[in-house]
Design a protein around this ligand. Sequence first.
Ligand SMILES: Nc1ncnc2c1ncn2[C@@H]1O[C@H](COP(=O)(O)OP(=O)(O)OP(=O)(O)O)[C@@H](O)[C@H]1O
Length: 655
Amino acid sequence: MPITLARLASCRILSTSSKNGILHCISPTKAASLLFRRDLSNSSIAEWSQPFSSKVSNTKVISFSSSQHLFLRPTVSLCLIASGYKLVTTHPTMILKTCYCEASPFHQEPISLKMPPTVKQITEQYQQPQQKQVSLIRDIWSLIKPDLLLMCCIVLTAVAAAFIQLQTPVITGELINVISSGSSALLASAGISQLNRPAMKLFGLLSAQGILTFAHISLVSIFGENVAKRLRAQLFAAMVKQDMSFFDTHRSGELVGRLTTDVADFKHTFKQLVTQGLKSVTQTVGSAIHLFKISTPLTLTMLGTMPVLYVLLNIYGAYLRKLSRHGKSIEGQATGVAGEAISNMRTVRAFAAEEKEMEYYGQACDELSTTSRKLGFHIGMFQGLTNISIGCMVLTVLYYGGSLVVRNELTGGELMSYMLSTQTAQQSLVSLGVLFGQTIKAAASATRVFEFIHLEPTVPIKGGNTLSNVWGDVRFQDIEFSYPSRPDHQVLDLFNLHVHQGTTVALCGSSGSGKSTIASLLERFYEPTAGSVFLDGNDLSDMDPSWLRQQIGFINQEPVLFATTILENIRYGRPDATMEQVQQAARQANAEAFIESFPDGYDTVVGERGAALSGGQKQRIAIARAILKDPKVIMRKKENKRRGMNILHHRGGDL
Ligand SMILES: Nc1ncnc2c1ncn2[C@@H]1O[C@H](COP(=O)(O)OP(=O)(O)OP(=O)(O)O)[C@@H](O)[C@H]1O
């Protein structure tokens, strides 16, 4: 009796076998792989201990029989039904230490799931790719680590420039004291030379500061571009590695938005933080030290106004961060709407839907603008309040400092120096306030970027077994499947098909019956919910997906070409192919004649998605592209009255 499995909760079943009764499944958290074997002879169930592939660690040994209880550490409940048995397994989400399994005869009433809410959570987890929890600071650190030396130089130049700027009020104070210490007659008799020393010192400081500022900005520019380059590369790499279900649920415009706008926002603020932020912090600290040196009571009085600033930065700042994150997500949606309309402009035009699209985009922009205006208002309010509180600090200094001069507890030069230092501190604090606002926005951008970088695909791009020789025998066994984005809609229900090597099979069925889905499962774009696909008797779930896709050529009904030359498009699957091999493939695909009739031949640029070619020409180039790959299995989707898709097992066969 074949084992039939139904997925009740969210356990992804990687493979089942009716012959030896193996049920092989992976938990959605990927914390553990469970491998069950139903021993048909004595109706007991035993679990095998070996990992099914090197990709998944933490494989847990469980053994159980048809009796009720085993050992447990329940956190997550999963429910599986095997023929004759209903299994309820429970295991922790993170590190699996123990597992709990129950088995009961199938004819009994199903055992209710132990923790329904947890099952719900895990279902959600399954639908969304796994995301590692890493702090933003650690992420940013890993991003800047390769440029640590550059970073050190930047810090040094920033601190040096700030330190020099801190000396300016001191020397200015000295200059004022020289001027105010004697009468103008005395100054005239001693000559202007008394002024020379502090004046020359001031000139030297200003020149050095200019040179350091130049060096600092140049270094920051190099550093910022390096960081942005790495971030873009990481983000793009993370995106292209995602499961196909990821692209089912995210609009291309939104993804492009993260690559461009979010990275640009992050880069801009990051550079600002490194230039302005470092300088401002150093100046604030330096000024504070200087201020204490000149007059402690005056500085303490000034600091009395500080709690207002603290409250502003913390409470108001948290609200601003929330508002900014919301704004970013709306911005992503608006970009998605525009991106979708622009990339499907032919359809939009054909349906005269320009105004409708404008309206959609207008609505998205309205929402974005409302949120941005609100954010702008609050950032303005935040900065205004910051300025007022800083202004109050200055006024306090003037008032109290003036009274100290009147009481001869402070010289005029010291008050001047104090005022200049306060001004430096004030400017630094103001720019820190502005930076804080920008940082809030950039943190929201960075969070969105790293959110994708940490997404783990369910099926990795590479890794697994390969075969030295492929014959092209394909078998779909007891396949059940529903798309992750629509788990309630069962597309394949116990689908079985055996396509022998060297044969051609046409799958005919009504629209939406699942023909393309079968092709997607063979290419491992998605994993079956139950059952297995075998190539030459080997379970696809154990195979290297990248290698597997090399063995398969799929020519879609509406092939998509890249906006480059015909040559590059044909070579896409095999970049090292020679010109002769490309021509041979084009000849086999009946594409050579029309390619050579173009003035630029193989160098003809085909436009976005091949828009500059006819449908038939696109198909033929796609066929040439598939032939050049020399796949062992070719699938072709063809529209006809009966809606058929051919699976051709190509061992030197002709398309
Ligand atoms: N990415 C997806 N996410 C969710 N559901 C999908 C997805 N792709 C297809 N489906 C659904 O799966 C079912 C099977 O689709 P599939 O594309 O395999 O049909 P088909 O037989 O190839 O149809 P046609 O001949 O019209 O191209 C349909 O109900 C479809 O709506």
